[in-house]
Write a protein that binds this ligand. Structure first.
Ligand SMILES: [Zn+2]
Length: 206
């Protein structure tokens, strides 16, 4: 089975609780400390097996192979990746069965991660996720005051909820650019500062 390591928690005696996002499940597994284990890291795509264990009520993580991607050794890119997968864990951690969408989305991002700006790949993926979950709102109304947004700019809050710039005290982005972004889910026509603005909001959580 394959999956992305989205959370690692160190427990007693160097044992680890490892959460893996696989095709249809968010699997929480237990890895006993042992020198013969391969090195694992948050964000790695791995091939693995699990086994029922007498020593823990979690399945034991076994036969791990790191399916390394070329950019895994690029420190900055890998750092952004780890940040990105953490958001998936935060979002899905209370669910066990998940739609295949999430795994496929991470696979598709991981294939582009070295070719494009990771921040742009992440923001575009986040828009896909919001759309998939039916949470991508139109930019028509402010979620705070519930009045129409008729200004040249609109601001976004967590999960890209739209608001008047004055309601949220944030200068926001040009409304037409935002509309285009929500429609195409592409950041191509945004500059780096605009992309950074969206990236920072995304990092508040899915
Ligand atoms: Zn408002």
């Amino acid at each position: 089975m394959q999956g992305f390591i989205v959370h690692i928690n160190r427990v007693k005696d160097e044992d680890l609780i490892v959460t893996i996002l696989s095709e249809y499940k968010l699997k929480t597994t237990y890895r006993f400390y042992g020198a013969r284990h391969s090195v694992i890291n948050l964000g790695y795509l791995i091939d693995f097996e699990t086994q029922i264990s007498m020593r823990s009520n979690l399945a034991q993580l076994r036969s791990v192979i790191h399916l390394a991607q070329s950019w895994n050794i690029d420190r900055d890119r890998f750092y952004f990746w780890q940040n990105f997968v953490k958001l998936f864990y935060g979002h899905l951690k209370d669910v066990e069965s998940i739609d295949r969408f999430y795994f496929d989305l991470l696979v598709s991002c991981s294939k582009k991660w070295h070719k494009q700006s990771p921040k742009r790949v992440a923001v575009e993926a986040f828009l896909e996720l919001l759309q998939f979950e039916g949470r991508l709102h139109s930019l028509e109304y402010c979620f705070l005051c519930e009045e129409k947004i008729e200004d040249e700019s609109a601001a976004l809050a967590r999960a890209f909820l739209p608001a008047h710039t004055e309601c949220i005290h944030n200068k926001g982005l040009n409304i037409n650019k935002l509309k285009e972004l929500f429609r195409t889910k592409k950041t191509l026509f945004l500059d780096d500062d605009e992309t950074e603005y969206l990236y920072m909001i995304m990092n508040e959580g899915f």
